[in-house]
Ligand binder design. Sequence first.
Ligand SMILES: [Zn+2]
Length: 428
Amino acid sequence: MLLNGPTLFVLSALVLSYLVTGLARRLNLRCLSDVIPPEFEGVFDPGQYRRSQEYMRAGARLEQLRESFDTFLACAFVLAGGIGWADSLARGLAGRLGLGELGVGLTFLGGLALAQAVLSLPFDVYATFRLEARFGFNRTTPGLFIADRLKGLALGAILGGTLVSGVIWAYMRLGSAAWLAAWGVVAGFTALMLWLGPAWLLPLFNRFTPLPPGELRSAIEAFAARHGIGLDGIFVMDGSRRSAKANAFVTGLGRKKRISLYDTLMDRLSHEQVVAVLAHEVGHSLRRHILKGFVTAMLKTGLLLAVLQAMLASAPLQLAFGVAQPSVHVGLAVFALAYQPLALLLAASANALSRRFEFEADAFAADSPERAKALAGALKELSVANLANLNPHPLAVWLHYTHPPVLERVRRLEDAARAGEAGMPTHN
Ligand SMILES: [Zn+2]
């Protein structure tokens, strides 16, 4: 068993983040209340409301089980010298294939990623075909599930492989400037994905059909004209192939926006409500939330890559994990485990920013009292449809929520609608 300073550090990092997320989950479950908030009276019926709480509890139990399993396995792997074992396995395999150090790194990291995908498969199967199915969300067929997994693996291998190769190469070749070069690689790659992702990657998983002319299309066009937005198509996405949950999104970097609506959204909401949801999405786009999110994510990445560089400089640190020789890929793997608590903190700060963006997009959408009411109505409808938690615990919100609790959003929108009707400006 490998018991030394560095392995103990990694172990405590894993256990600490496990305990913090577990605590947030427990507190969150304790916040569940049988009382329907007044804003949701008449929207949620008591039976549905109880179901939403059962859904939360069942989901939380599954997540807790998954995290316990993952944490136990990761700790056991580190303690049993698994990292050294996987490294020598990768070296043997890559050696037989005549691959160099980069090939060893890709074999090592690819092997670990594949093992992780296989180990999480039972949980994914259970979540999709038991949990989501029990609450009436799942529409994924086994064939679609397998196709999705295979496509995901292939994409992960191509995209992840390219990215990781760039990073490993930078650290192997470029000395003290490596983290800067790696940063450039990651930033360029992420920007490319943001740019090409919607047009290239999404159609691999879903079908997009143009929204036929009619009342809804006219309403969307009227909204776009009012805000001077050029439309690069309005599409309906077959979200119902996988799930009954509903959503919408807007893509496009310039003034021209491409709008995609889940078919499930159109089934659930009135035309005014669909336009209000779109107005919110357009708000994200016009307030440059994607760009701002990208910049903050890249600042975080730069910090992590600099820390990684400092860590890679220490050979004894890596040898503590049972490897025969230090390498960039082992450094990456150890770093990925050790930085879990920091990852939680960084994710929490990114989520806080994201929640602010949500309020901004809501405020943009509330350009008239009618629209503010329509958006509030849509959010209520969607939280019923998606069985959202109406009373999350603040710690859970702080750690995990990319969106503010729906009740807070509804209250702000209804306040804005009232203020607008009383003649006060609704924009802030
Ligand atoms: Zn949003």
